[in-house]
Design a protein around this ligand. Structure first.
Ligand SMILES: Nc1nc2c(ncn2[C@@H]2O[C@H](COP(=O)(O)OP(=O)(O)O)[C@@H](O)[C@H]2O)c(=O)[nH]1
Ligand SMILES: [Mg+2]
Length: 389
């Protein structure tokens, strides 16, 4: 499963965002996924469910919205020189190791200094937080590569030794793959067989770009002064409110409002009476949502998965006529897959044995057999025919 990480300095709002994003709506809370540990849980991307155009609705989606699980990590707070182990440096790096993509949370309200200590609203520049994460991660990765470099170069002299595979193997625990290494070597213009340690810092920076793609999220926008809003927006960074999202999901959990994560607004159901504090809190949130088209939290998760990681959603079924699994459930599964995946890749993702015994696939929408080389499209409903059951 894809893993996203929320990283940033202390007090930028990571844990608030984490709690909000992992507080599953009641309708999907019975998914067979639970919190893995205190910092690692399940969040969801939101997509329209294909069953809305079918005769039989699926029973998994919520009012036509399909929430597909991803892992989310609440990364330990980042401080300058974390790569040397300062602050929670080691924990921080251990969390980032597991990430496929990183959401760099910044305090758009400028209410914390670079080390995360609280200060007056508007007293710090949120954009200053951005280079810190990249620098700390680069130095960390550089340190690991440098440590093994002379040994790797000796190995590279051996005929037929695959340096890319060798480096990828060294970095496998960091979720870095051979294709990332190949891409980064090309872009950095270094040659592995002759590279010196100095070249490696540049290489490490580029390798991160491929292996740990990153977006920023300007959190605490609800309390940010207009000047900082303009500045963060001007840098192309989306403005969000983790606190608003957490309040909405909690209120929805207690049936005080009707809100589906990612909605542009919310509704108060008939018969619900709110106390003055609840009314005031919700009115403030409503005002924020009207300006930004929602709290921005769901949009942030979706962007990380679909834009940074280039994923599509594919629905495997066993019965291509009724779009069900063996138990008659309509569209029970939704798989996130990298754009460019084939039906055979899907077969492997369903089960290794199904992948090994793969014969062919059927597009359930057209009922046509599809070629092995055909690339899957977002929203595809696919029946796999395999020698394995
Ligand atoms: N106004 C506002 N405050 C927030 C928001 N997100 C977090 N906070 C507050 O910022 C402080 C630090 O939040 P926390 O999630 O613990 O930050 P972390 O250290 O990055 O995990 C807490 O007092 C939160 O209530 C937000 O979106 N808006
Ligand atoms: Mg925290």
């Amino acid at each position: 499963m894809i893993t996203l990480a929320l990283a940033g300095k202390p007090n930028c709002g990571k844990s608030t965002l984490y709690r909000a994003a992992t507080l599953a709506p009641a309708e999907i809370a019975n998914y067979p996924f639970t919190t893995i540990d205190a910092n690692r849980g399940v969040a969801y991307v939101r997509v329209p469910c294909p069953c809305t155009s079918l005769e039989h609705r699926c029973g998994v989606c919520v009012d036509g919205i399909r929430y597909v699980p991803v892992h989310l990590i609440d990364v330990a707070g980042l401080v300058p020189d974390a790569y040397t182990g300062k602050g929670l440096g080691n924990q921080f790096l251990d969390h980032l190791r597991q990430a496929d993509a990183i959401i760099n949370v910044i305090d758009a309200s400028g209410a914390t200094d670079i080390e995360g200590a609280p200060d007056d609203i508007g007293s710090h520049d949120p954009l200053e937080e951005i280079p810190m994460l990249e620098t700390e991660m680069t130095m960390w990765l550089f340190g690991i590569i440098e440590k093994h470099w002379s040994k790797m170069q000796r190995q590279a002299q051996v005929k037929n030794y695959n340096v890319y595979a060798g480096l990828a193997e060294l970095l496998a625990g960091l979720s870095i793959r051979e294709e990332h290494v190949v891409d980064a070597e090309r872009e950095s213009g270094i040659n592995f067989r002759s590279a010196q340690a100095e070249d490696l810092q540049k290489f490490a920076r580029i390798l991160l770009k491929y292996s740990k793609p990153m977006i920023q999220a300007g959190n605490k926008a609800d309390q940010a002064p207009a000047e900082l809003i303009a500045k963060v927006k001007g840098a192309g960074i989306s403005l969000i409110s983790g606190a608003a999202e957490l309040a909405l999901r909690s209120a929805a959990e207690h049936n005080l409002i009707i809100y589906h994560p990612g909605d542009e607004g919310f509704r108060i159901p008939d018969g619900v009476t709110l106390n003055a504090a609840q009314q005031e809190g919700l009115a403030k949130i409503r005002g924020f949502m009207e300006i930004y088209g929602g709290t921005g939290v769901q949009q942030m998760i979706n962007r990380a998965v679909f834009e940074l990681l280039d994923q599509i959603v594919v629905y495997p079924v066993e019965d291509e006529t009724h779009l069900t699994d063996a138990k008659g459930r309509v569209l029970p599964d939704a798989f996130l897959m990298k754009k460019g995946s084939t039906p055979h890749d899907l077969a492997y993702q369903v089960h290794t044995d199904i992948g090994k015994g793969f014969l062919y696939a059927i597009d359930a929408k057209t009922k046509m057999r599809i070629k092995e080389t055909t690339l899957l499209k977002d929203g595809d409903i696919i029946k796999i025919v395999s020698t394995a059951k």
